[in-house]
Design a protein around this ligand. Structure first.
Ligand code: NAP
Length: 350
């Protein structure tokens, strides 16, 4: 079998049997000691993707970029600000990464295997009429640009996959209904944003496999709603937020990144896929687990106004939730690492 062997910058090929780099079996020890890397060049190249990512500098995007680079995929960061992106992805930690502002997005997208679209103004702000407009327009503008660039690409350099973020806000809010991918859209402002955001992604060339991931509240250490909720929760000694009866459809950061990654590589991941854990909880339960993990008894209700102070009207996502089931991800056999919020919070906070 023809294998490529590399030591430092030297590359050579030799005919040897699989898993052998010399007369004895190749071991991980060899890799560590001599920096030797042997792999089937063809197999590696066939599996290697070039992925263009909008919103790569954000909470989910940063983790996705790490994951893609760890698996030797080429990443193109499509950003509004090269200088900001370079601080997040310095050359020494992210060798070979390509960072591009809008005029270069076309060159990045043409020749990419896939595009992941995560960009959009954060909803966790005070919602003035201008901000509300920008929450919607930022998503539609970037998605529209990405879709146009994909559609205008000559076929031989056109990406074959678009994984586009959307949100469980699509379904509207309810304390009693259960939503899955077949449920109709809601009628509130966030549902309207998601509908138009998804409709823009749906304009992509029909030969491009499109996965629209309706993401729930992403739980992770360094960002998202949790990072903003914890100080408030600590201040009020932590109890349910509002009535506590609202549903909280969450997902661990690692699982949403794995789901996006799977959608890039697995042709069965197409259409709408809810990016939520299999066991959504009522907010009171979420807060009880949060209190336990933080070592704070859950005994005082945290007033709505306190959460609104840090999340703005974006707090509505937490204060008026929805119970969303990942029916499609289950059907596809997606292996959730964190199925219960208690385990997710423990992993994140302890
Ligand atoms: N995190 C969650 O819990 C959650 C839940 C449901 C849905 N989602 C959706 O998933 C996507 C990624 O979430 P995230 O938490 O990683 O978001 P994030 O941390 O807020 O990052 C989003 C990225 O979008 C770009 N962006 C920000 N404002 C923009 C604007 N006005 N116009 C164009 N681009 C702008 C920025 O990238 P550059 O500065 O590099 O351009 C930013 O890093 C978002 O679209 C979000 O709505 C997230």
């Amino acid at each position: 079998m023809e294998l490529l062997c590399r030591v430092g910058t030297l590359t050579w090929s030799q005919s040897i049997s699989p898993l052998h780099c010399s007369s004895r079996p190749f071991s991980r020890y060899d890799t560590k000691r001599f920096g030797v890397f042997c792999a089937s060049d063809q197999a590696q190249k066939a599996n290697q993707m070039t992925v263009s990512v909008t919103g790569a500098t954000g909470f989910i995007g940063r983790r996705l970029v790490r994951r893609l680079q760890a698996d030797n995929h080429q990443v193109h960061v499509l950003t509004r600000s090269i200088s900001k992106a370079k601080l997040i992805f310095p050359d020494n930690g992210f060798p070979g990464i390509v960072i591009a502002e809008e005029p270069e997005w076309k060159d990045c997208i043409q020749g990419s295997t896939a595009v992941v679209n995560l960009a959009g103004l954060s909803i966790s702000t005070r919602w003035s009429p201008e901000i509300k407009k920008e929450i919607k327009q930022s998503r539609i503008r970037v998605t529209s640009k990405v879709v146009d660039l994909i559609n205008e690409s000559p076929e031989e350099v056109r990406p074959s996959v678009l994984v586009s973020a959307t949100a469980v806000g699509y379904y509207g809010t309810s304390e009693t209904k259960v939503f899955d991918e077949d449920s109709p859209a809601g009628n509130d402002y966030l549902a309207e944003v998601c509908r138009e955001w998804e409709a823009t992604a749906l304009r992509v060339n029909k030969d491009v496999r499109l996965a629209r991931i309706r993401i729930g509240v992403v739980l992770g250490k360094d960002g998202g709603a949790l990072a903003k909720m914890i100080p408030i929760f600590m201040m009020f000694a932590g109890g349910p937020l509002g009535s506590g009866q609202q549903w909280f459809s969450w997902i661990h950061l690692e699982d949403i990144v794995n789901l996006i990654y799977e959608a890039l590589t697995n042709p069965s991941y197409q259409g709408v896929i809810n990016g939520t854990a299999p066991n959504p909880v009522r907010l009171a339960e979420m807060c009880e687990h949060l209190g336990n993990v933080l070592g704070r008894p859950s005994w005082l209700p945290v007033p709505d106004f306190a959460l609104k102070a840090v999340l703005g009207e974006g707090a509505s996502v937490v204060l008026e939730g929805q119970r969303v089931m990942p029916a499609r991800a289950k059907e596809l056999g997606f292996p959730f690492k964190y199925r219960y919020v208690k385990d997710a919070l423990k992993a994140i906070l302890s």
